[in-house]
Design a protein around this ligand. Structure first.
Ligand code: NAD
Length: 520
């Protein structure tokens, strides 16, 4: 990866070598005292890309105060007008799709196709949010009282805190920020400390739209450490909703801290996703879906396929073909268009993967393929590994955990009931799939006694979801839903309105309560 190439990506996205960690709309927090520098390292090369000066407590305060003031004005803008703003943000992202995609690849290590795919997801959600801006519907109800009308309406909520994980540094912002923006909310974005530059690039890309519509303070960014920014945001009563994407451990902290002040949290946490492969399936399709699900993004998607639960009669054949396919995967520089698997995010992630392989072995598993550190020529400091195929039992403690790396556990079964029981027997509940030609298996998988996940697919892998559906999962995945369908509701507050247009004052439930009458 040439240095001048990196510099040209940064220049195009208006990122200087040291940026400032707090910004509201277009204004960097330059007036404030500079905090400690945070360096963003590329997992591709292991070398620093650029440094960001982190926000201090008073920067955070300035940003949230400004967001609060902006909300007062922004919430009065009609929702379709807010949709126009989001449409222009979508167009700005279209123009910078390649550049932003390249930065995402550089900062996260995901391959170019996936980096650009992430920007496409932002564009798609912008389009979705534009339509939504004219569809923030409430219901009307029939009042039980004569001459009364009852209906509900949805009002903007206020400041929405957005905490994101490193692996989707841009798309998750858009799922939240663009839907919240048409709902009339303002956002304070706290990105992962591993991907601050992508967050800065997003602010830069949308800055001309922010200026044009004079909405400084609606889209805010604060880059800072956990004590100064993360914990403060969770405890901040001015922030009615915290949307947090990351590990289950982080989600538990967010849930309890936000609940302690009776705030709302929207949690998108870890998965332990499985594909059930039945004896009658199209094996070729199942293999391709497994390959993308387990190896794509180097196994660092919340929806990555971590377990294959496969009928014992076809297990050995499937594993053999999978091993052949794994052997052909080109691992290396994600900026190279022929690469299918880039590095892990950092050396810690590599160590965690190696420890998981050791633990699997200790617990009785067989390592069928890979699971080793890899040195890529010319990129010796990058965090590269070979993806692993491991034959294991579902109850092994390591299989029950989400290891954020390309480890695929193969688990055999004899009956479909047994497969379903194994499938659901993990603490997480995000994405799931069955590959089958049987209508009975398919329907059983989708029934009340089938998959317990938020996402359940038939003849489609676990990884990668369309923005039109509500995205999220159950159990330790946190229960949140964002992106499509009616996920917008969490960004608004519901108000029930009853209007009496008569001359009397009847009470609900027929209660009579006046001086002469009797109370029922
Ligand atoms: P992480 O939990 O280490 O960090 C996620 C974010 O939370 C970061 O911004 C981090 O700074 C912040 N954070 C961590 N502890 C915090 C605290 N105590 N207070 C406030 N903020 C805190 O996760 P990661 O390593 O960045 O991402 C990988 C994890 O994210 C995996 O578990 C993956 O499954 C999950 N994930 C889930 C989804 C989903 O939609 N369900 C999507 C992407 C990633």
């Amino acid at each position: 990866m040439e240095k001048h190439h990196i510099e040209s990506i940064l220049k195009d996205l208006d990122i200087q070598s040291v940026n400032y960690g707090a910004t509201t709309g277009t204004t960097w927090g330059r007036i404030h005292t500079l905090g400690k520098e945070l360096v963003s390292y590329s997992p591709v090369t292991g070398q620093p890309i650029a440094g960001v000066v982190q926000a201090q407590a008073h920067d955070y305060e300035a940003v949230v105060s400004k967001a609060g003031a902006a909300f007062e004005k922004y919430r009065m803008m009609p929702a379709p007008r807010r949709g126009e703003i989001v449409r222009e943000i979508g167009n700005a992202l279209r123009e910078k799709k390649q550049r932003l995609g390249a930065l995402i690849s550089l900062e996260t290590g995901k391959i170019r196709a996936e980096g650009e795919g992430e920007v496409q997801e932002m564009i798609d959600i912008a389009d979705f949010a534009v339509g939504l801006s004219r569809q923030l519907y409430g219901l009307t109800m029939h009042s039980e009282r004569p001459f009364h009308r009852m209906y509900e309406q949805w009002h903007p909520l206020g400041i929405v805190g957005i905490i994101t994980a490193f692996n989707f540094p841009a798309a998750v912002w858009s799922w939240n920020a663009l839907v919240a923006a048409v709902c009339g909310d303002v956002v304070v974005f706290k990105p992962s400390s591993k991907t601050p530059l992508t967050a800065i690039a997003i602010q830069n890309i949308i800055a001309p739209v922010v200026d044009k519509y004079d909405i400084d303070g609606v889209f805010n960014l604060v880059i800072g450490n956990r004590a100064v920014v993360g914990d403060t945001l969770l405890q901040d009563r001015r922030i009615p909703l915290v949307s947090a994407t990351g590990s289950t451990a982080m989600g538990k902290k967010v849930a309890t801290t936000v609940a302690a002040r009776l705030g709302r949290s929207l949690l998108e946490l870890g998965g332990n996703n499985a594909i059930i492969v039945t004896e009658d399936c199209d094996m070729n399709m199942a293999l391709r879906a497994t390959l993308f699900g387990a190896v794509g993004t180097a196994g660092q998607r919340c929806t990555s396929t971590r377990r294959i639960i496969i009928h014992n009669s076809i297990k050995d054949r499937f594993v053999q073909q999978l091993v052949n396919a794994y052997g052909q995967i080109r691992i290396g520089d994600p900026m190279d268009p022929y690469t299918l698997m880039g590095p892990l995010i950092d050396d810690t992630a590599k160590q965690v993967m190696m420890q998981a392989i050791e633990a699997a072995r200790d617990q009785g598993a067989t390592i069928v393929y890979g699971g080793t550190a890899l040195t890529v020529e010319g990129l010796e400091n990058g965090s590269y590994v070979t993806p692993a195929i491991v034959e294991a039992e579902n109850h092994y403690p390591i299989v029950q955990e989400e290891t954020f790396a390309p480890i695929l556990y193969i688990i055999g079964y004899d009956t479909f009931d047994q497969a379903l029981a194994l499938h659901n027997d993990v603490p997480q509940g995000l994405s799931s799939a069955v590959f089958t030609s049987s209508m009975k298996y398919q329907e059983q998988f989708l029934s009340h006694r089938g998959s317990d996940c938020g996402i359940a697919n038939v003849n489609i892998g676990t990884s990668g979801a369309e923005i039109g559906g509500a995205f999220g999962g159950e159990k330790e995945t946190g229960g949140g839903r964002e992106s499509g369908s009616d996920a917008w509701r969490i960004y608004m507050r519901r108000q029930t309105n009853t209007i009496n247009w008569g001359d009397d004052l009847p009470l609900a439930q027929g209660i009579v309560f006046d001086i002469k009458g009797e109370e029922k």
